[in-house]
Write a protein that binds this ligand. Structure first.
Ligand code: NAP
Length: 268
């Protein structure tokens, strides 16, 4: 086909993944479009890739067709694409809460569908993309990962785990920003300028995350290694535990999960 991947919807996530794909397959094999075409045009100009004037032209000649639209728009866009999609293409959805089956029902023929869940750090190449596909469509997953590899890393999971995985991978960057901001504000209150505190906290969280991933040790063990008896860290950790840190984060995760389920039902 003329294009390896097309992007329908050039918003935050669509444009981040289009930028990643351009790095791997080259802008000449990528085409983008968007409802307000100006937005897609500025993305195409920035990346040097092709611009399609409408969704049908974007989808017609691409191996993968990536839908970067909101959950409430995705069924209408999928129906619109039906006349041009063939079983030799792969439709990719990133819409939170929307099941593969519900998109398949919008099509009048079998078209492979892959569901992904990217997070915003994909914009700088440090993202995580959750991926699921039915057994028959799994063969297309490794090519898609190859196309998007500049966005970060991947975790293939069963679709039944997508709504909870979305909380851990997609929502949690927002939780982490709040935690880093809270550390910077807390240390500001004890005399450290906010900007210095923010740099320290962001680097500390980055390093702590790398410790978990690279050593394979569990967070409890790593925390205990910082908390020497009678030291300052253990005093702060005690306040966090007594203040209900674990409980409040669990409640946040449950609220995000419930909203994912609701989004899926609202957009069936
Ligand atoms: N942001 C995240 O952290 C995140 C994480 C995981 C998954 N997602 C999923 O990623 C998808 C996109 O999210 P986002 O944050 O990138 O949203 P966004 O910035 O609002 O982007 C959505 C884009 O879709 C375009 N669009 C809407 N209807 C269209 C249509 N009929 N044809 C062509 N383009 C159309 C919009 O164009 P206009 O501007 O002209 O309306 C907009 O540019 C959502 O399904 C979301 O669930 C997001």
């Amino acid at each position: 086909m003329k294009y390896i991947i097309s992007f329908i919807g050039a918003g935050n996530m669509g444009s981040a993944l289009a930028a990643a794909a351009c790095k791997t397959v080259g802008p000449d094999r990528i085409i983008v479009t968007n409802r307000s075409l100006e937005k897609a045009k500025s993305l195409a100009d920035r990346l040097g890739c092709h611009l399609a004037p409408n969704n049908l032209d974007a989808a017609r000649d691409a191996n993968f067709v990536m839908l970067g639209v909101k959950p409430q728009d995705i069924h209408q866009v999928t129906k619109e694409l039906t006349p041009v999609l063939t079983g030799n293409q792969v439709l990719v959805t990133m819409a939170a809460g929307v099941a593969i089956d519900s998109l398949a029902r919008c099509l009048d023929k079998p078209v492979p569908i892959i569901r992904i869940l990217p997070n915003t750090p994909c914009a700088i190449g440090h993202g995580l993309i959750l991926i699921s596909a039915s057994e028959k469509d799994k063969k297309h997953v490794s090519w898609l990962m190859d196309i998007l590899k500049a966005a970060g890393s991947f975790q293939v999971i069963p679709e039944s785990l997508m709504d909870s995985g979305c909380v851990a991978a997609g929502c949690s960057p927002a939780y982490a920003y709040m935690f880093i901001d809270a550390i910077a504000k807390g240390t500001q209150a004890v005399g450290l300028p906010y900007a210095i505190g923010l740099t320290c906290a962001a680097n500390a969280v980055l390093g702590a995350a790398a410790m978990i991933l690279e050593t394979g040790k569990n967070p409890e063990e790593l925390k205990n290694a910082v908390c020497s008896p009678g030291g300052s860290t253990i005093e702060g950790a005690r306040v966090l535990e007594e203040g209900g840190l674990y409980n409040i984060v669990a409640r946040a995760a449950e609220a995000s999960y419930r909203r994912n389920i609701q989004l899926g039902k609202e957009n069936e």
